[in-house]
Design a binder for this molecule. Structure first.
Ligand SMILES: NC(=O)c1ccc[n+]([C@@H]2O[C@H](COP(=O)([O-])OP(=O)(O)OC[C@H]3O[C@@H](n4cnc5c(N)ncnc54)[C@H](OP(=O)(O)O)[C@@H]3O)[C@@H](O)[C@H]2O)c1
Length: 198
């Protein structure tokens, strides 16, 4: 399959690119510093990516940030606006803008995260946008034309991320294991599902 992976230079995205390529897929990775670049905050930049590589069979998004590490009373209007515009609306627009560039029966896989349903202190903005992505993905799947599948993958904490944050990584999932779920969704039949990676 011909596949675009957004966030391809990241901890999860790079593992997804590696896992998909190992299965023989033709993978193009994009992010803000790729050529052409793609920025979730500038949805129109996805058009240049499709103009370069043409129609694809799958789009996988492993990108998007939000405000993390701030208690409720510390969260600013700007924190919330950034969270919504980057990870939530960024991926909503990936779904919307990718549709016409997908072959029949193709798929779009976006990323939420376990904080949507398993909250932790100082992460309410992340819980909000993850839940929003999941809601949009399962709703959008009902409307998707031409057999196109739309799903959200919801990773737990990733081992490499916990290590980078100097947090206890004992129960983290490796990025390589997490990537196996993305591969199964791209190659599988799931439609309108929220898929944990554990
Ligand atoms: N790691 C975890 O523990 C974990 C757990 C649950 C969910 N998630 C979610 O999984 C996704 C990927 O996480 P990660 O840990 O792999 O992140 P990461 O290591 O920080 O990598 C993020 C990737 O996305 C790109 N990116 C960042 N902002 C972007 C933007 N505005 N537009 C386009 N590309 C952008 C980055 O490249 P450039 O900077 O060059 O653009 C990079 O390729 C995130 O949505 C995160 O919330 C992660």
């Amino acid at each position: 399959m011909k596949i675009i992976v957004i966030g391809a230079s990241g901890i999860i995205g790079s593992a997804v690119v590696k896992a998909l390529a190992a299965k023989g897929h033709d993978v193009t990775g994009v992010h803000r510093k790729s050529d052409p670049p793609f920025d979730l905050q500038k949805p129109e930049t996805l058009d240049a990516v499709f103009a370069k590589i043409g129609k694809v069979d799958a789009v996988v998004s492993c990108a998007g940030s939000g405000a993390f590490g701030k208690a409720l009373e510390e969260l600013t209007d700007q924190d919330l606006a950034f969270s919504v515009s980057d990870k939530l609306m960024g991926q909503v627009n990936v779904i919307r803008r990718s549709l016409k560039h997908l072959n029949d029966g193709g798929s779009i896989t976006v990323t939420s995260g376990s904080l949507a349903r398993s909250p932790m202190p100082k992460a309410a903005a992340i819980s909000m946008i993850n839940a929003g992505i999941e809601g949009f993905a399962i709703g959008a799947a009902l409307d998707a034309p031409r057999g196109i599948r739309i799903n959200a993958v919801a990773p737990p904490w990733i081992k490499e991320t916990l290590e980078a944050f100097k947090m206890d990584a004992t129960h983290g999932q490796s990025a390589a294991d997490c990537a196996k779920t993305y591969v199964s969704v791209v190659e599988g039949k799931q439609q309108g599902q929220i898929i944990p990676t554990l």
